[in-house]
Design a protein around this ligand. Structure first.
Ligand code: CTP
Length: 397
């Protein structure tokens, strides 16, 4: 996901400094080239060796200790980084950045950097809400610096309130968002469907499928990060709701049908990643079905094919992307589906391959077009695949 990305992590002196170690580990595991800069106070909380081990690179701490003659570390790092993340960010580093003070390696790099800078503040509640600190944060925001708001809860000092470092998954999402800062979908309205539908048999039982919603949620996040206005129509999924996205929760295929059709006229792009049940029980029992001797037969009837209807209603300029989960004759079935449903792109995956399809974090797909040869993609993380799908949509537009 992050291969080729150069990220500098600035660690300052707060009790949350140890959490920066988890972030460095996560970024490195995802392929980023991670450099860690520690302030003097950070080193009171955690040893550079921890970060050196996790990043596989020496930690830079000293403004005046040049290990390689001819190279000026702060200018070099500032120029090479595609993102600078200060985690945790103390009131002190925020104040220094707001006043453009450069009195140690990290504050100097902050001034020399031309890439986006993301501050992740963590401090005592009273310090965080202090008017001077808030003024500095607002000033930095006005200057274009990015912030991940601290969370609420019990702090290391025992106080209860806002100030604890935001959860790592939120910081990670913001990092991804800042790295894909090209807002090439600004002004575009994208509807994504995700997850499984659930078709009730009686008040306690239902028919569903193995979809986790990971692909659709990744698409919603990726489109949001590229500036689109996003409506996520979500079936059943255990995933956290992405922020900055309008989410409509639905249960059955018919609920999804109603939600999607009501918003279809206003959107530019629809990506149907949801695994919609093709059939539902003909009768949903009002009361729990009791067991009895012999066989129980369940009669099923067809659900509406949402994508097929969208293909019929599609207006000029609207783009329709479907998914096809196939276990055999992938290309032949995909070609048929793209014609029948009047799609602009079909993302076809062979669900028999490990690390592809339902539940896993990766996918192996082919892009199938109505008018040209299909293209096979390598195994990709679902968020990266989401960006590739959006790249295709931009080309089609
Ligand atoms: N889809 C839909 N409504 C349905 C069934 C599927 O909108 N009732 C959409 C899915 O969201 C997906 C695409 O259609 O984008 C393909 O779904 P898939 O189940 O692979 O194919 P089907 O068209 O249902 O064909 P088949 O069951 O023959 O494979």
């Amino acid at each position: 996901m992050l291969a080729g990305k150069v990220i500098t992590i600035g660690v300052t002196g707060g009790i949350a400094a140890y959490k920066a170690a988890d972030l460095v580990s996560l970024l490195s595991k995802n392929g980023a080239e991670v450099h860690v800069v520690m302030t003097g106070s950070a080193r009171e909380f955690i040893q550079p060796l921890t970060f050196e081990t996790l990043s596989g690179r020496p930690v830079v701490t000293d403004l005046f200790n040049f290990s390689e003659p001819g190279r000026i570390p702060h200018i070099d790092l500032a120029a090479r980084s595609q993102l600078l993340v200060v985690v945790p960010a103390t009131a002190n580093i925020i104040a220094k950045a707001a006043c453009a003070i450069a009195d140690d390696l990290l504050s100097t790099i902050l001034l020399a950097a031309t890439c986006p800078v993301l501050f992740c503040p963590a401090m005592n509640t009273n310090m965080y809400t202090n008017r001077g600190v808030q003024r500095n944060i607002n000033l930095l925001k006005e200057l274009g610096y990015l912030f991940v708001e601290p969370g609420f809860g019990r702090l290391a000092c025992g106080a209860l309130g806002q100030g604890r470092l935001a959860d790592l998954d939120i910081i990670y999402e913001e990092i991804i968002k800042s790295l894909w800062y090209e807002k090439d979908l600004t002004g575009t309205k994208v509807m994504v469907t995700a997850g499984a539908t659930r078709e009730a048999i009686d008040p306690v039982r239902f028919i569903t499928n193995r979809s986790s919603g990971k692909m659709g949620y990744a698409l919603a996040r990726a489109a949001r990060d590229r500036g689109a206005e996003v409506i996520l129509v979500s079936g059943i999924s255990e995933l956290k709701t992405p922020h900055g996205v309008k989410v409509l929760f639905v249960e059955s295929a018919r609920d999804m049908h109603a939600a999607v059709l009501s918003h279809f006229p206003e959107v530019d792009v629809v990506i149907k990643a949801a695994a919609v049940a093709d059939y539902r029980p003909k009768i949903t029992a009002e009361h729990k079905i009791k067991k009895s001797a012999g066989v129980l037969s369940l009669e099923l009837e067809r659900n509406p094919d949402i994508l097929l209807e969208l293909g019929q209603l599609k207006k000029k300029g609207q783009i329709l992307v479907g998914f096809a989960a196939e276990s055999r004759d992938l290309l032949r079935n995909a070609k048929e589906k793209i014609q029948k449903k009047n799609l602009d792109l079909l993302v076809a995956n062979d669900i028999t391959q490990p690390e592809a399809g339902f539940g896993v974090d990766t996918n192996i797909v082919k892009f199938v077009y109505p008018d040209k040869e299909a293209v096979e993609l390598p195994k990709l993380d679902k968020l990266e695949l989401a960006h590739r799908i959006l790249d295709e949509i931009i080309k089609i537009r």
